[in-house]
Design a protein around this ligand. Sequence first.
Ligand code: CUA
Length: 334
Amino acid sequence: MRRIAPALLLLCLPLGGCQHWQSVLNARGPAASTLAHMFWIFVSVLATVWVLTMIALLLALRRRRPEDADPLATNPTTERRMTITISVAIGLTLLTVISLTGLSYAAQKVLFAHKDGALTLLVTGQQWWWKITYEDSQPNRVFTTANEIHIPVGEPVLIKLESSDVIHSFWVPSLTGKMDAITGRQNQIQIQADRPGIYRGQCAEYCGLQHAHMGLIVVAESREDFERWREQQISSAIPPGDEERQRGMEIFMSKPCIMCHQIRGTDAGGKIAPDLTHVGSRRYIAAGTLETTRGNIAAWIVDPHGVKPGVNMPTIQLEPDEVQPLASYLEGLK
Ligand code: CUA
């Protein structure tokens, strides 16, 4: 029992991962459902092949040649049986491989089906966060956010994928399969959520030190909630509501923060780091690394390299009494 317990525990580990909010088996959209079905079909077929192989192997091991038999003697009956067995085995193998290939091909048609007129997002992967631009025919309704995608439930959404540095891979297991984000070319993938919920995504291509901390979330909500969110995101940043936040805003505008970050409606116009116009409305900061709370924002600003070693955000020189107002201001940007 002592030996079996760790083995069982080890076996449970991968299964434990299947129940969370980032799981291929927790399919919540047409593309993900297709992939989950494929997974179970492949597992069933391969398990059957394995079991049949093991049975054949055991039967073969049980057969014993008599002690006095001539090892070079041939037996026509045995040879005929061998020929038939090998032919059947080759035939079944070919049939299995061809069937699974055909099934994969059919599944691809579902995975890469694009509907015209769908809501379109440009998602740019960069070390180590996701820039998300909601496209619109009216230029004043285009806006940019980071690491949090909102979509209306039950509607297809087209995602155009690009990269501004190395290769990343966009993957939201509950909604769709992986698609690479590559510099100099644009890939496309369509997602759709059949149920409201929050689905976690993750960069799925090793892209450097903080690859593991390049997460994103997809919030699927009703059309009304989505429109409310979109109108809020399109609008400029809300002015600071109290004295502390006012001071925080003045500190932000006096620091190098504005060279990289944008806060629409203020003097901060940087384009290389995440747009912070409504950063307080996002559930996480630093690409899914920390929950958005005043304390976490303060911790992030004071020591970004302690939280996420190697990150491009520099450590800003701040007086001790400047941290709280700054964190308060950013948290208030809902
Ligand atoms: Cu981006 Cu891994």
